[in-house]
Design a protein around this ligand. Structure first.
Ligand code: ZN
Length: 240
């Protein structure tokens, strides 16, 4: 970088410093979108290293899955919760892409994700995508795809039903709400592959299970694994 570029970058930092997506501290313009402290203190689940984990068991009897993990605990009121909210609702898609790349290094350490062939982010219905302007899971998946060096498939499956925001519904209502809402439009992209289904938050698993079963019903010789950026800690605390 030239002296002039360095100078302009420093001036830029003075005018509008880039902020850590988790704690808001000023950070360098390049590199991770979080500060070193937040990186070191990230509430990792380490599920990606466990043969069996409490998230994986959520799929048993509902969808055949090779492995499932979430990178982080989703803790109400935490900086990470705000970051994940910003990724979903406040146009922080660049942060999503960079966190996806960061996340890929964890999955690369794991023996369970070494033969993934392609990544399928959970699709949004076109009306929701239009109102939000982007799908946060696609950006997370884009970072993962780049880091893992595997194909990203955003057009193979479509969300065909527009269900209203699930945040106000009970678990039972959510299950009724997501049955049969996905349609596989390009099975030839999926056949014979080990697919990684990607979403931002794992709560009941209902949406991902619906997506996975729609894929299995419309394709041949597909194996599925699941990775989400975060998983609700409160939900597992209640079960223990
Ligand atoms: Zn921070």
């Amino acid at each position: 970088m030239s002296i002039l570029n360095n100078l302009l970058s420093s001036v830029g930092n003075l005018i509008a410093p880039r902020r850590c997506a988790v704690c808001g501290a000023a950070i360098s313009k390049q590199g991770l979108p979080i500060c070193t402290t937040c990186e070191v203190m990230a509430p990792l689940t380490n599920f990606h290293l466990e043969t069996e984990n409490p998230m994986l068991t959520q799929f048993w009897g509902l969808m055949p899955v090779e492995h499932a993990s979430a990178l982080l605990w989703y803790i109400q009121g935490s900086g990470w919760q705000r970051a994940i909210h910003d990724i979903k609702y406040r146009q922080a898609y660049g942060v999503a892409r960079e966190l996806g790349l960061w996340w890929s290094a964890f999955l690369e350490e794991s023996p369970f994700y070494s033969d993934i062939d392609a990544i399928v982010p959970v699709p949004l219905h076109w009306q929701r995508r239009l109102s939000r302007t982007y799908n946060q899971s696609e950006y997370l998946a884009e970072g993962l795809s780049r880091g893992l060096g595997v194909e990203l498939l955003c057009r193979a499956v479509r969300r065909t039903q527009y269900n209203h925001s699930q945040t106000l519904h009970s678990t039972a209502e959510r299950w009724g709400n997501v049955e049969g809402i996905f349609s596989v439009v390009r099975p030839e992209q999926l056949n014979g592959r080990h697919l990684l289904l990607v979403d931002d938050v794992f709560t009941t698993g209902a949406t991902i299970i619906s997506l996975g079963n729609a894929i299995l019903a419309a394709t041949q010789d597909v194996r599925l694994s699941v990775a989400t950026l975060s998983v609700s800690k409160a939900r597992f605390d209640k079960r223990r």
